[in-house]
Design a protein around this ligand. Structure first.
Ligand SMILES: C[S@@+](CC[C@H](N)C(=O)[O-])C[C@H]1O[C@@H](n2cnc3c(N)ncnc32)[C@H](O)[C@@H]1O
Length: 204
């Protein structure tokens, strides 16, 4: 495992073991509502949550009758998700343990900024491989103008990479894998941080 991934695994195993991650709140709830409504309206019945944490967002999908599967680097998140009645499998988004075109929709919140820029294309190809043709993939990620920072702002002594790319850069990286159907940039978090939200529609 390279250093970036080792740091992430250390931080997120710690986060899970100490139950630090809370429920979704704020604008995230609106994103969940709109995305679940959209995929239900399209007759889609399954979703893959990439970087699912302890299944933070599962209940919105499960309540809408959508079969939910999460993947997460931190093994301990699988047990937390199980307590909430959701499946989160320990796996890396670089190497997803599913057949081609398994899921009819994709969802990934606050995870892609942990991927170094030179690995975003391979990560996106890995995610898109397991989504059906024409599937929508909603991605939310932190961004901004600060570039790569190893931040231990949440737990001192446990740094993790935040690749804070500009909105134009993130949009271009995602547009290489489908049509951008929706794009939002929000001022958020600490100074200079933004939150970028995209719906990428895979080719039919
Ligand atoms: C900031 S948390 C977001 C969790 C959840 N999506 C949420 O928004 O509450 C980022 C998650 O991505 C996971 N992660 C980081 N790198 C990963 C990788 N290569 N493969 C799968 N999951 C990864 C971490 O373990 C962590 O749970």
């Amino acid at each position: 495992m390279d250093r970036v991934r080792a740091d992430l695994a250390r931080y997120y195993e710690h986060e899970a073991a100490n139950r630090l991650r809370g429920r979704p709140s704020g604008f995230r709830l609106g994103l969940l509502d709109r995305f679940t409504e959209m995929i239900v309206a399209e007759g889609r019945r399954s979703v893959l949550d990439v970087g699912a944490g302890p299944a933070t967002d599962a209940s919105a999908f499960l309540d809408a009758g959508i079969v939910y599967t999460g993947v997460d680097l931190a093994v301990a998140n699988g047990a937390l998700a199980g307590e909430a009645g959701a499946d989160v499998i320990a796996a890396s988004m670089f190497d997803l343990p599913f057949r081609d075109e398994t899921f009819s929709a994709g969802w990934s919140m606050s995870t892609l900024m942990h991927v170094p820029t030179d690995q975003v294309a391979v990560t996106m190809r890995s995610i898109c491989r397991v989504l059906m043709r024409g599937a929508p993939l909603m991605i939310g990620q932190w961004g901004g103008r600060l570039g790569d920072i190893d931040s231990d702002h949440t737990v001192p002594g446990l740094p993790r990479l935040f690749a804070l790319r500009t909105a134009a850069h993130n949009r271009a990286l995602l547009a290489a894998h489908g049509t951008i159907e929706r794009w939002e940039v929000r001022d958020a978090g600490p100074d200079g941080w933004e939150y970028h939200v995209a719906v990428v529609r895979l080719a039919s």
